[in-house]
Design a protein around this ligand. Sequence first.
Ligand code: WTA
Length: 636
Amino acid sequence: MTTSIQIKSLDDYQRVYRYSLEKNEEFWDNIAKNQLHWRKPWSRVSQCDYLTGHVSWYLGAELNVAENCVDRHVHAGKGSKKALIWVGNEPGEEKTFTFQQVYEEVCRIAHALEALGIKKGDRVGLYLPNIPELAFSMLACARIGAIHSVIFGGFSAHSIQSRMNDCGAKLIITSNGVYRGEKWIDLKTNVDEAIAIGCSTIANVLVIPHRSQSRWERQLRDLNWNEVLQPFKPHTAPSHLSEDPLFILYTSGSTGKPKGVLHTMGGYLTYTSYSHQLVFQPQDSDVYFCTADLGWITGHSYLLYGPLANGVTTVMYEGVPQYPTASRLWEITDQHSVNILYTAPTAIRTLASLGDEPVVKTSRKTLRTLGTVGEPINPEAWRWYSSVVGEDRCPIVDTWWQTETGGILISPLAGITPTQPGCATLPLPGIEPKIINESGEALKGDGQGALVIARSWPGQMRGVYGDPEKFFDTYFRQYPGNYSTGDGARRDSENNYWILGRMDDVIKISGHRLGTAEIESACVLHSDVVESAAIGVHDDITGEALHLFVVVKSGAPETPDLAKALIQLIRKEVGPLASPKKIHFVPGLPKTRSGKIMRRILKKLAVQEFSDLGDISTLAEPSVIELIKKAVITER
Ligand code: WTA
């Protein structure tokens, strides 16, 4: 039967889609055989039960993820092909690595990790900028079977500490620091602070002197990358089981602390390479540029693992889209003849707000496909991306997925699926979405409700690290027999999916995912605060902006100084990416009789939309609304 690669028209897609659900096991059996090199075949394609929250794929099979992403292309004669083009923060700063060179770097790091006593199953924290060493370290962990956990550089010492303790990491690899635009971020100091607060499992900190001009303070446990790494020696890639853990990536949910989303080797790599190929339709000679940071799932799946498994040249950029000018992404595109660009709506909106001139003065003639991910894209931004950047000749793939899904689930296939602004269109073959209405029934035809996925796919997360109950409770309890995404969606009469955004307490700021609970628990650490509520309010550039409603202790001053102190506290506890845009001091919070904060009402009050607050009959104390209104109107 056909594999993903042979879908060339909408008819092909429809045919393969039907087949993928009718003969689901056979479909995924074929895909895995075609996408990857396996050392030992599986005894069973999958064993999944959503009623108990059990997911496993390619049982008993063996492979090596790094070998699939690197060695196999070298063996296939592609050793001199460019694998990674790294573009630094400053224009002109760049490095290129062929597949052979990536192979050598990954072998060097794999040997170094082994020499430091890192074994299969050990956890390794990676708190690094978007630099080649991060990509190679991830692959080196995968090679030896160590489980990597990358922490985005915008997280604070406290966030590092709680993540490293949760997964019991033995080693952290970091660098002295990084420039993002004009801002220097001192990563090493954050790691030192995290360890000072308490990371008892960490034996060593391996430091990459990324910018040689800046020094770092050497502690006893610190090791210098340049001293630890030895000259290249081949490294024999061991076989790992398909279901051996590949990585843990922390992500925010509705409640509690961020969860350690666990992905495993065989299914994840099968799915990321399959979806990368199907959605972006890369050709062998293409240059593919994903602007994401490796600290997020998009970086994992579509900057590193997906494209490299497919042998595609991948571009990695250290900086931000508008530095030093708003032409930067298009200059990189021209310099490296980029064919496929994958970025986030926030970047598109930021660049659109700076006008067409920085775009139109560049050529962009090599661009063929444009992608977007991470949050709903408003039709205006979509049109600008399509007409100004893509000159109306590049299809836009609006890709919907999540950290938990490992890869893209709903998206146009480039050049194949008809697109519309703001529409994620159709599910990939093998993916069966459903829309559930308020009475818990799955809708037929068009309609709107909770988006769930009715059956498993190989890229699905396997668990919340160390907390199987949380895995079941979060994703499988609410809609029995289905994976619950937390998103709302509308399906039109043509079966297209329009993603409406989160239905829970997850906030997306510039595409970065934050939970209300982690922000609120940071805020209440302040001795003047009784309670607080975090909400996302619409923002033209960042999609959502963080607003915080704060109730202070009686007698405590509601001053700009206190607001500043709370912002500082949240930056310290969570990280600069969680800075509130606005703090509203209020006398109380709207709550249901069972004590749940009604954020829906706060979202309206925050923007002084008082006329239609919706149903407020479940409020425990309706009088609080008038008090909040008064406070919001009189605030400066
Ligand atoms: C949102 C990012 C609309 C959605 C890969 C999802 C989107 C959450 C889209 C996951 C899209 C992602 N259109 N919304 N194309 N892509 N989202 O885990 O709310 O950082 O649940 O993964 O982002 O965010 P995460």
